[in-house]
Ligand binder design. Sequence first.
Ligand code: CA
Length: 232
Amino acid sequence: MPEKILLVEDEVAISDSVRYSLEKEGFEVITAYDGVDGLTSAREQLPDLIILDLMLPRLSGLEVCRSLRRESSVPIIMLTAKTEETDRVVGLELGADDYVIKPFSVRELIARVRAVLRRADGLRDLDTASSLKAGDIVIDTARRLVTVGEKLVHLPLKQFELLKLLAISRGRVVTREFLFQTIWNTDPTYDTGTLDVHIRWLREKIEKDPSSPKYIHTVRGVGYKFTTEDDN
Ligand code: CA
């Protein structure tokens, strides 16, 4: 069955061109042109992913995102204008998975759609995946072993989970909120220092130079991003 994408965008020209390209790539596309319809379609049609414009009539993209996150973990990619940087951060904090800045190339958007869907699959398979390779890091999830190059690295459970989650989300920002909810099963307001400490320990173990990390990058105010040399 084709993956179903809900596109919530009020600019008809953008909506038409994105829809056309997604359909050409084999996706099934449902469209909505304002926030209220978008929310209704999300609830009724249960899409595999939502592309959500932030500036929408009737109900803003942020409001749609906030409402959806209370009831669903459906992947969300925001469409934002360059000037909407604050909204972008808020959107990621509300639980959007990624964003694309307008004007964007449809090709770039489709690449993000695929990456976000892959990650959603990866998260579902998290417990069954046997090993994960990223650059010269190999994460053996069955035996809970990590090797960096030739070196075997021992990680405590939380650091192991943290690395696994970041590596699965490779190339994309993972918000602090998401890490807290997934790994600690708690709200980030509980203790924000915990995450920084674990990231520091993790870097000391896997990075050649922890003060200038090549794998785990800080995205100020938002979270962390895992990359390898192949991603640059
Ligand atoms: Ca708009």
